[in-house]
Write a protein that binds this ligand. Structure first.
Ligand SMILES: Nc1ncnc2c1ncn2[C@@H]1O[C@H](COP(=O)(O)OP(=O)(O)OP(=O)(O)O)[C@@H](O)[C@H]1O
Ligand SMILES: [Mg+2]
Length: 443
């Protein structure tokens, strides 16, 4: 391509941009009062100017001369006024900051084969618990997968967090739902019982932009929570256990600190295991129950416990096993042989539950702050499908999420802010532990 061709292409590109902006401007005028006011003001001003021009500028001379003069002046004036109207429409169709945004996207290389960036056509706000700004672009031939691949760079370039990316109606447009960086999520969100999901067996992890983020244990049975000390793991774990108890699950908590971190009411609602030997007994009993359920489901030809409960009009309860510091528990370094064997057996049981628990309604919720790659055996870790990580360093983030996003995106002083394995940022709920169970049971 020579320079002339390039110039022609650039010129055509610019013309297309202006045309699209004008189209957007027309659509704005058709739908929005503010745009209508601008156009009406313009038209009135133009008409007034023409009247003034006629009254004072056109000479009051011999009639044919006057008509010719009026004709020429009128043609020129109409032309100028029309161009002015089109420019006004282009202006209306140009959202605030459009040129800067286009430039930022061009800078990060979000361009088509001709090196052109997408064109911002519309920008509007959807109010909610957190305001969302929607950026509507003409994709300019840049396919959706490229936008998705470049999401992180787009977020950095525009200093926003993209919460949703979807194609517009005519597939040439893309809508980016964005909120301003981390500021988009409130510092604290208090739990309310009305948030409790009625679906079996859905738990609410927290609040993400514009929606509650949920995990359905019937589909994704086990959860791993990571995060450095003070990141909010225990609060998140407890909020999930609290919901599970309200949904009538049987909850077992392994806590070698004797459960002191839990208000007394928790001790009435769930079973605490405070020693390793007792833990082995409990896990042995849970695995035994798993085998029983396996037999039962086979006998009745049911695929999972929801189906079994429906068929038999009964309620086999879901069983949740939680351990807040699982790396501490499973770390065998420096332990005597006997102890090592005990831990190995615990590990085997956890592994059985991780592999087989889903259909039988037996679930693991494990949390850890230690970035030791080898402590959670592959058998367990690979089956903990839902991963969540709070504030963390690169190593911990990598272990939990298989990327360093938690280290990159979660500020070092944040509490209760998490990223899940799909890259969704959310704020966990804070709740008053002592009164967590005093509200009515639902679900
Ligand atoms: N969702 C949240 N919203 C606001 N603040 C929170 C949230 N979760 C936790 N916090 C704050 O962070 C503090 C620490 O939380 P938590 O005890 O859960 O951290 P942790 O990750 O378990 O730490 P450690 O590893 O030391 O046990 C809480 O006492 C609370 O003040
Ligand atoms: Mg903790």
């Amino acid at each position: 391509m020579n320079n002339d061709d390039k110039e022609i292409l650039e010129y055509k590109g610019k013309l297309k941009y202006q045309f699209l902006r004008m189209k957007t401007g027309i659509s704005e005028v058709m739908h929005h009062r503010k745009a209508q006011k601008i156009v009406v003001t313009y038209l009135i001003t133009a008409a007034l100017l023409w009247i003034l021009f006629n009254a004072f500028v056109i000479p009051d001379s011999y009639a044919p001369v006057k008509i010719i003069f009026q004709l020429i002046a009128g043609t020129i004036y109409s032309l100028v006024a029309t161009i002015g109207l089109l420019a006004t429409l282009v202006l209306i169709g140009t959202p605030k900051g459009a040129y800067q945004i286009n430039e930022e996207l061009w800078r990060i290389g979000l361009t088509n084969h001709a090196g052109e960036s997408p064109l911002l056509l519309r920008r509007y706000t959807i109010s909610g618990e957190v305001d969302t700004t929607v950026l509507e672009f003409d994709m300019n031939g840049i396919p959706l997968p490229k936008w998705q691949d470049e999401q992180e760079r787009i977020e950095t370039a525009l200093d926003v967090y993209v919460t949703k990316m979807k194609l517009g109606k005519n597939k040439k447009r893309i809508l980016l739902h964005t909120v301003a960086g981390n500021a988009g999520l409130p510092e604290v969100i208090h739990w309310k019982d009305e948030y409790l999901s009625k679906n079996d067996f859905e738990l609410v992890l927290g609040y993400s932009f514009g929606e509650r983020l949920k995990i359905n244990l019937a589909k994704v049975p086990h959860l791993l929570i990571g995060g450095s000390t003070g990141s909010g793991k225990s609060v998140l774990l407890k909020s999930l256990l609290m919901q599970s108890i309200k949904k009538e699950a049987e909850v077992y908590i392994s806590d070698f600190k004797g459960g002191v971190d839990f208000a007394p009411i928790w001790h009435e609602k769930c079973t605490f295991i405070t020693q390793e030997s007792a833990l082995l007994d409990t896990l042995t009993a849970i695995v035994q129950e798993l085998e029983n359920r396996k037999r039962l489901l086979k006998e009745y030809g049911c695929a999972n416990i929801s189906e079994y409960n429906r068929t038999n009009n009964t309620t086999l309860k879901r069983i949740l096993f939680a351990c807040d510091e699982v790396a501490e528990l499973l770390d065998k370094t420096g332990l005597p042989k006997e102890q090592k064997e005990l831990i190995s057996k615990i590990e085997q049981h956890l592994s059985t539950i991780a592999r087989q628990g889903r259909a039988f309604g037996i679930h693991l919720m494990l949390a850890t702050q230690r970035p030791d790659a080898n402590i959670l055996s592959g058998q367990i870790k690979n089956n903990l499908d839902y991963r969540v990580c709070g504030r963390a360093d690169n190593v911990l983030s990598q272990i939990i999420l298989d990327n360093t996003n938690a280290a990159d995106k979660i500020p070092k002083d944040s509490q209760g802010l998490f990223l899940n394995h799909e890259g969704v940022l959310f704020r966990g709920y804070l709740f008053d532990e002592k009164n967590a169970f005093t509200e009515g049971k639902k679900g």
